[in-house]
Design a binder for this molecule. Structure first.
Ligand code: HEC
Ligand code: HEC
Length: 305
C-alpha cells in the first residue's frame, strides 16, 4: 500500500471510531431541560402513548465502550491500520506457515514409515498406495488424468509404453527433476515432398496404411534426420525421451496430419520438476501408486502377464 493510501486508511478508521465514541457519549447524558419536561420526545400516539427519551442503560453504554476499546486494542496488536504491522508481528503468511509446519510434523511420522522401503515394495502396500493416490490426484491428475491415462501431449503413465523408462527409479527421476522432451521443427530440412515421404515412412514403421512409394523415399531421409533421436529402427531413445514410433501408442497422434504437424512444427512437452513442490517422500508414494496401477491384479495368480 502506498503511503497516501495508508494515511487515508488510518485517518478514516481513527476518525470514524472517535466520531462514534463522541456520538455515544454525547447521547448518554440526560438533558436537563428534557427531564424537566417529563423526559419525552414529544411524540404522542393514540392520544396518550408517549415516547420516552432516556439515556442508554449503563451496562449497554459500557458494552459499546468495551467494543471500541477492543477495536483499538486489536488495531494496536494486529495489522489493520494501513501499513502498520501491529505490535505482535502477526501475518497471514506466518500463520499459514505455522499451520503447514504443524501438518508436516504430523505427516512426517506417516512418511517415515515408507521412506526406506523400495518403490516396488510400496506398490504392494495398500497404505502407501492410498496416500500416493491422493498425492497424484492433488498434483498430477490435472495433466495426466485422474486415472493417469494421459491425454494428447500428456503421457499415459500406466501403459506398457514409456518415454523415459517405466521402472520405479526412472519414473521417480522424471517426477523429481521434471522432463522436457525436445523435438525441433524440421519442416525446413524436408523441402518439396520430403515431409509427406517421411510421414508415410512413420506410418509404415507403425504398421499403418501408407503410400509405399512415398515411404520408400522417406526411409533414407528418416535415417539421415530422425534416426539420431528416434533410432534407425524408429524404436525411440529413452535417454532423450524420443518416443517409439513403431507401436500404436501416440503422445500427440499417429495419423498422417498429426505426424506432419509434429515434423513441421516440432514438439516440446514439459513436465515440471516436483521435488521443490512436493518433496521426495510424496513423489515416491505417487510413483508407488502408478506402479500399483500397472501391476497385475493383486488377487491374480501373480503371472497374469
Ligand atoms: C503441467 C502438466 C503436468 C503435471 C502437473 C504433471 N506432469 Fe508428468 N508429465 C507432463 C508432460 C507434458 C510429460 C511428458 C514430457 C515430455 O514430453 O517429455 C510428463 C511426463 C511424466 C513422466 C514420464 C513419463 C514417461 O513416459 O517416461 C512421469 C513418470 C510423470 N510425468 C509423472 C508425473 C507425476 C507423478 C506428477 C505429479 C507429481 C506429474 N507427472 C505432474 C506433464 C505434467
Ligand atoms: C533432436 C531429437 C529429435 C529429432 C532429430 C527428431 N525427433 Fe521426433 N521427437 C523427439 C522427441 C524428444 C519427441 C517427444 C516430444 C515431446 O515429448 O513433446 C519427438 C516426437 C515425435 C513424434 C510424436 C510421437 C507421438 O507419439 O505422438 C513424431 C511422430 C516424431 N517425433 C517424428 C519424427 C520424425 C519423422 C523426425 C525426422 C524428420 C524426428 N521426429 C526427428 C526427438 C526428435
Amino acid at each position: 500500500m502506498s503511503t497516501s493510501w495508508t494515511i487515508y486508511v488510518v485517518v478514516l478508521t481513527l476518525v470514524t471510531i472517535a466520531a462514534l465514541l463522541w456520538l455515544l457519549l454525547s447521547n448518554a447524558r440526560a438533558r436537563p431541560e428534557q427531564s424537566k419536561a417529563g423526559n419525552t420526545t414529544g411524540h404522542v400516539w393514540d392520544e396518550d402513548l408517549v415516547e420516552l427519551n432516556n439515556p442508554l442503560p449503563r451496562w449497554w453504554l459500557w458494552l459499546f465502550i468495551l467494543t471500541v476499546m477492543f477495536a483499538l486494542g486489536y488495531l494496536v496488536l494486529y495489522p489493520g491500520l494501513g501499513n502498520f504491522a501491529g505490535t505482535l508481528g502477526w501475518t497471514s503468511d506466518k500463520a499459514a506457515d505455522a499451520e503447514l509446519a504443524e501438518t508436516n510434523a504430523r505427516l512426517e511420522s506417516l512418511y517415515a514409515g515408507f521412506r526406506d522401503r523400495p518403490l516396488e515394495q510400496l506398490a504392494h502396500d495398500p497404505a502407501a498406495v492410498k496416500v500416493g493416490r491422493n498425492v497424484f490426484a492433488n498434483n498430477c491428475a490435472a495433466c495426466h488424468g485422474s486415472d493417469a491415462r494421459g491425454a494428447k501431449g500428456y503421457p499415459n503413465l500406466v501403459d506398457e509404453d514409456s518415454l523415459y523408462g517405466a521402472d520405479g527409479d526412472t519414473m521417480l527421476a522424471s517426477v523429481l527433476q521434471g522432463r522436457h522432451g525436445v523435438m525441433p521443427p524440421l519442416g525446413a530440412t524436408l523441402p518439396g515432398n520430403g515431409m509427406d515421404e517421411v510421414a508415410n515412412y512413420v506410418l509404415a514403421l507403425s504398421g499403418q496404411a501408407h503410400d509405399a512409394t512415398l515411404a520408400a523415399a522417406g526411409k533414407p531421409k528418416f535415417e539421415g534426420i530422425c534416426a539420431a533421436c528416434h533410432g534407425a529402427d524408429g524404436k525411440g531413445n529413452r535417454a532423450l525421451g524420443a518416443p517409439n514410433l513403431t507401436d500404436d501408442v501416440w503422445l500427440y497422434g499417429g495419423d498422417l496430419a498429426t505426424i506432419r504437424e509434429t515434423i513441421e512444427k516440432g514438439r516440446g512437452g514439459v513436465m515440471p520438476a516436483w521435488e521443490p513442490i512436493i518433496g521426495t517422500d510424496r513423489a515416491r508414494l505417487a510413483v508407488a501408486w502408478l506402479l500399483s496401477q500397472r501391476a497385475p491384479a493383486a488377487s491374480g495368480t501373480g503371472d497374469a502377464r
